[in-house]
Write a new protein. Structure first.
Lengths: 552, 302, 318
């Protein structure tokens, strides 16, 4: 089966939140695709992009309802089909690749059974043929050991492999339309390149029509022919990818593009005083029981050396499992290192919370990634900001009141939010309160653990800007942990690259990120998609080029 | 009957692999139809508050003294003089039930409150204790939870004889462990959250963390759990009374009234049906109410 | 990696044994150490001190508590459960007479209730939010909170008093035909089942809905899998652990339920034996019965856990 044309007209979708009245969450969506074309739906969380994509299969999640419009795939008007006809369509002519492959595979069934299930349900081919075809697809998708990988269970393969297995599952019936719902968002950048490359090749070869849902313009630039920009369930702009990237018509598109290109801003260099604030010597952190030599079972970080001066920002980059969050937790005193020394203000910092003085507590503050879990849902913003003032400073009520309002101004939040609880704030607002709470202590060092990664790009960019400004004004130093190179580039002076718990490269941002010396750093930087079509083809990196671990 | 009823996480050794998701110990699965649970909420609320009012003020309205022999007729049916008939000795059933309800509701409330105080209190505090102490307390509660509640009550009554303090003690020993388990896992989950870690790196003490950071976020599930425990304890204590091993004459709770008059069952006497129905409506009402409350909270969270 | 699974199972067995040991310690402590004096109780308050002393020696009450616990525990291993204080018969004899009756009652109840409850739970989960689900929800939600003596009295009232179909009491000795068998067991089994089914059905529904809400069931739906296949092939295998737990926990309720039911219908089982023993303060008999009940409870919970371990693919295939 070849890709078919897709025409969507006046699509409306309504949702009924529990305890509320029905409201429209997607309205008046129109677009058309020729056979073999790829359309990207771009938007931030809550923009309705997944909801629209699922409507292509005649499916609305619990509490949602497709209220009007038409979806025409080839000759079929999908929204008028009966339940049985819709079922015959799903997994046969229209297939779906979900964001989290780990959740979308049934943990108790073998991969092969799940990959070929769609083909068997719809009677497209018999089991033997389906297995053959699946093995062929596994090979095309560059999965290791295509003959036998299907005999495994989902927990026995990696995330990147699962995502490709899901692509095989979607392509086994040669569908007329494939829906890809943020298929690479949960992956590390170096894995993402491989998966994208495999997706693109297979889809091109088969001439598949596809709908690609994403929040990441750079990824979309590699794979889509057309882009539809969404905000709050409404179309802002649509057009060919080149036009959207080079000549965006809508202000919202421009703000998305600006947020995706933060490196155009040169970090305002703060003149470092040269005063040493934090020094770490030969740090080792591990979990589990220690053996006879005091070496823990499971070493997460090893041989870490670093130095941060007063007012300086050090970025720590690494992929999931590289131990970067553990570094912040060790400095904060939440995990005790098994070896090594941490010096703060030229005095040794006790390894655990127990030995630290109130002054040391005050001078080191930590800000976590997930704004939802970092603020106690039972307390108001006022109470959250008051507490550090109470513990660290002997202030009168009035002085505290004034200081709380000052802090709100500092993080650019209206004072009217003071009496709300965290549930009444947006993600960006929560993260600002989170920062304000850290600033209340008037710290020397703030440990920022992935502070922008849970936020939409535009909101995240604003938080980064705020961080840079605070540093200029207050002279606070950052240990800034991130998996995203562009955020580090825009904020930090120095950078440290972590790979499997060891530092592979350390130095000024400009040097390390522009002329990386280590293979892994090059690969990490080279794997970040750029905002131009054709980057993917030019990219030379893949998972198969394994860097060696070595200390620089 | 023990507290395994409708409470999938309260009894039995839970293996960590069985339920990887931390689910609140809410009695019942989610039900999303709103008109449905609105109705059950009102039924539950009216039944439960009715019995609460009866327990508080009922004896004031009793037409006769509880122990008075007021009629020649035994197992008498409903009449204007005796709205709920008479019992096996010709006493007024309505008066006896108004007083009996006070014992049933009052004892169960006290026992449920104590169970939750002991169980949830330990559950929260052990999170802050050293590892070995936490493990020892857990082991003790795990042992107690492995003795079905009715077994515990029977064994204790056989050793000490029955009395009201002993019945309450038996109920607490049986139901505090479940409360402990739930509160402990809640507190344990909350203690790993980032805002608690932020508080720790701020240098806050253990008591502050327990009281200000953890406690406010576990009140609601713990209260729901207490409601469930109330229902189980009503069932346990009326069951004991029904066996003749609970509240002893001259006092009587609703369970004792069923037992006293069981001889009238073959005549279909109101004296045995009425108190049995009374207990049923109390427990069913409380269960419906708790269910609808915990459902509406689930829905808010979504 | 079979070894680690084997180790897990072995660990679970060991943990159950330790708990059983601790439970026995608690039961022994309550019944024989704390209360004043068994000898005094047996002889009554008019006994002379010499008589009491003689009986104490005869019962071994003068020995240190730990030794007595050890003797009591080893008695279980050899089948020597002591002697009933009220009628002087060996406890093991009494238990042997009654236990089969209780097991039969429990077996019939299980065989009827488990399939009915599973079907009800699965049906409700599949028709979530529908009329069937809402009706079942209201019924089961009410039934789980109903005391069993209410169900029993209403059953007697309807079937024995009003309709006259069934005898109000269960005389097992009169069973000589299938019809008589059914008449004897109908009401006790009905009473036990009503609460049990409601409880298991609710837990089954909850466990299944948990899985039906998961991303992989949505994926199966988007592959075009029909509802029956989604439930039976996708959700159910992953709900085996929780459902096994639900069944075990509910069946352990039987342990409490039979106490009331056997008493009300005068059924000659081990639960009514225990209630009589408690009334007569026959401690040796109480201890034995309590250990049997607690042992059965622990066994059920352990079987459910093993079920969950063995059905977990992460543990089965590494």
């Amino acid at each position: 089966m070849q890709g078919e044309s897709l025409i969507v007209r006046d699509l409306d979708i309504c949702a009924t939140p529990p305890g509320e009245d029905e409201r429209t969450i997607v309205s008046q969506i129109n677009f058309a695709l020729k056979p073999g074309e790829v359309m990207a739906l771009i938007g931030e969380s809550g923009s309705g992009k997944t909801t629209i994509a699922l409507a292509m299969m005649g499916y609305a999640r619990r509490g949602c309802r497709i209220a009007g419009g038409s979806v025409q795939l080839g000759e079929t008007d999908i929204l008028t089909l009966s339940a049985v006809e819709t079922r015959a369509l799903r997994g046969h002519r229209v297939t779906y690749i979900a964001q989290s492959a780990a959740a979308a595979f049934n943990p108790s069934r073998r991969l092969m059974d799940q990959v070929i299930e769609g083909a068997l349900i719809h009677g497209v081919m018999d089991r033997q043929q389906a297995r053959q075809k699946a093995i062929q697809l596994f090979g095309e998708l560059a999965l290791p050991d295509p003959e036998h990988i299907g005999d495994r269970y989902p927990h026995q393969v990696s995330g990147g492999q699962l995502q490709r297995l899901m692509a095989a599952m979607a392509l086994i019936t040669d569908p007329a339309l494939v829906i890809l719902d943020e298929p690479t968002t949960a992956l590390d950048v170096t894995t993402q390149v491989d998966v994208l490359r495999a997706f693109k090749r297979v889809m091109r070869e088969r001439g598949t029509t596809a709908l690609y849902v994403s929040h990441d313009l750079a990824v979309v630039a590699q794979i889509a022919d057309h882009v539809l920009v969404l905000q709050a369930g409404e179309e802002q702009e649509q057009g060919p990818i080149g036009q959207i990237l080079d000549n965006p018509g809508h202000a919202y598109t421009r703000s998305l593009l600006a947020a995706a290109r933060p490196e155009t801003r040169v970090p305002s260099r703060v003149q470092s005083s040269g005063d040493e604030l934090l020094r770490i010597d030969d740090l080792q952190v591990g979990y589990g029981r220690s053996d006879r030599n005091g070496l823990p079972n499971n070493v997460v970080l090893d041989h870490i050396q670093l130095r941060i001066d007063r007012g300086q920002a050090l970025g720590v980059i690494g992929e999931s499992g590289s131990g970067k969050s553990t570094l912040a937790r060790a400095v904060a005193g939440l995990v005790a290192p098994s070896r090594g020394e941490v010096q703060f203000n030229c005095r040794e910092l006790p390894p655990t919370l127990r030995g630290r003085t109130p002054d040391q507590f005050r001078r080191i503050q930590i800000v976590f990634q997930s704004a939802d879990n970092a603020l106690n849902p039972a307390h108001t913003v006022r109470r959250l900001l008051n507490r550090p003032l109470e513990t660290y400073f002997q202030m009168s009520r009035d002085a505290r009141q004034r200081r709380v309002e000052e802090l709100m101004d500092l993080v650019k939040l209206p004072r009217t939010l003071l009496d709300r609880k965290p549930s009444g704030l947006s993600g960006g607002q929560k993260q600002r309160v989170n920062l304000a709470r850290a600033l209340a202590a008037e710290p020397d060092l703030i440990l920022c653990d992935e502070v922008t990664s849970a936020l939409d790009t535009v909101v995240g960019a604003a938080i980064l800007e705020l961080l840079a400004e605070l540093r200029r004004e207050l002279g606070v130093a950052y240990l800034f942990i991130s998996h995203d190179i562009s955020t580090v580039r825009s904020l930090c002076d120095d950078v440290m690259v972590l790979y499997q718990g060891e530092c592979v490269e350390f130095g000024p941002c400009s040097t390390v990120l522009n002329q990386p010396q280590h293979d892994y750093t090059r690969k990490l930087i080279g794997s970040v998609p750029e905002l131009q079509p054709g980057w993917l083809e030019a990219c030379e990196w893949s998972t198969h080029t394994q860097p060696t671990t070595a200390t620089v | 009957m023990n507290d395994t009823k409708t409470m999938p996480v309260s009894k039995g050794k839970r293996h960590p692999y069985v339920s990887p998701r931390s689910r609140l110990p809410i009695a019942v699965p989610k039900q999303r139809n709103r008109s449905g649970w609105q109705l059950t909420r009102w039924i539950g609320l009216s039944l439960f508050s009715f019995w609460l009012l009866v327990a508080l003020f009922g004896p004031l309205f009793a037409p006769y003294p509880m122990g008075a022999f007021v009629s020649d007729q035994i197992y008498g049916g409903a009449s204007t003089a005796h709205l709920l008939g008479t019992d096996y000795m010709g006493r007024d059933m309505l008066s006896r039930m108004l007083t009996g309800a006070r014992y049933t509701v009052g004892l169960a409330l006290v026992a449920a409150l104590l169970s939750t105080l002991v169980g949830a209190g330990f559950g929260m505090l052990t999170v802050l204790l050293p590892r070995w102490l936490e493990e020892s307390v857990r082991r003790i509660f795990d042992t107690l939870i492995s003795i079905p509640s009715k077994m515990m009550a029977l064994v204790m009554v056989s050793a000490f004889g029955t009395s009201i303090p002993l019945l309450i003690l038996a109920a607490v020993l049986s139901y505090a462990p479940g409360s402990f388990r739930i509160a402990h896992s809640l507190a344990k989950n909350l203690a790993t959250l980032e805002y608690v870690q932020v508080a720790r790196t701020r240098g806050e003490g253990r008591l502050y963390i327990a009281a200000v950071e953890i406690f406010p976020n576990m009140i609601q599930p713990v209260l729901t759990d207490m409601g469930m425990r109330f229902v189980f304890i009503v069932l346990l204590l009326s069951g004991m009374s029904f066996l003749g091993l609970g509240v002893q004459p001259p006092v009587a709770d609703l369970g004792s009234l069923v037992r006293e008059n069981i001889g009238g069952l073959s005549q279909g006497a109101l004296a045995v049906i009425a108190p049995a129905l009374a207990i049923g409506s109390l427990t069913v009402g409380a269960n419906l109410l708790i269910d609808s409350l915990s459902n509406s909270r689930d829905n808010q969270k979504e | 990696m079979r070894d680690s699974l084997f180790g897990l199972v072995l660990g679970r067995l060991a943990s159950s044994l330790i708990t059983l040991l601790l439970v026995s310690l608690v039961i022994f402590a309550i019944t024989s150490l704390l209360p004043g004096d068994t000898a005094q109780q047996v002889l009554g308050q008019f006994a002379t001190p010499e008589q009491v002393e003689a009986l104490r020696a005869q019962l071994g009450l003068n020995q240190p508590p730990l030794l007595r616990y050890w003797q009591w525990l080893s008695g279980f291993a050899t089948g020597d459960l002591g002697r009933s204080a009220s009628n002087g018969v060996d406890v093991i004899q009494l238990v042997n007479d009654r236990l089969p009756n209780s097991l039969l009652l429990a077996a019939i109840t299980t065989v009827i209730s488990v399939p009915v409850a599973l079907i009800m739970g699965i049906a409700a989960a599949m028709r979530r939010g529908g009329v069937l689900d809402r009706t079942l929800n209201l019924i089961t939600l009410s039934m789980v909170a109903v005391p069993e003596f209410l169900v029993a009295t209403l059953a007697v009232l309807i079937f024995a008093v009003q309709l006259g179909w069934l005898p109000a009491l269960s005389y097992v000795s009169t069973v000589d035909s299938l019809g008589a068998f059914m008449k004897v067991y109908a009401m006790p089994v009905l009473t036990l089942c009503s609460v049990l089914i409601a409880q298991m059905a609710r837990m089954t529904r909850a466990a299944l809905i948990d899985q039906l809400d998961s991303a992989y069931v949505e994926m199966a739906r988007l592959k075009g899998a029909p509802p029956m296949r989604r439930v039976l092939r996708h959700a159910l295998p992953n709900a085996v652990g929780p459902i096994a737990n639900a069944v075990a926990l509910s069946l352990s309720y039987l342990l409490g339920g039979v106490i009331i039911v056997e008493t009300i219908f005068n059924y000659p089982g081990i639960a009514s034996l225990m209630v009589d023993a408690v009334s007569n303060r026959d401690l040796a008999l109480v201890q034995a019965c309590a250990m049997i009940f607690c042992g059965a409870y622990l066994l059920l919970v352990m079987l459910a856990d093993l079920c969950a371990i063995l059905s977990n693919p992460r543990l089965r295939n590494r």
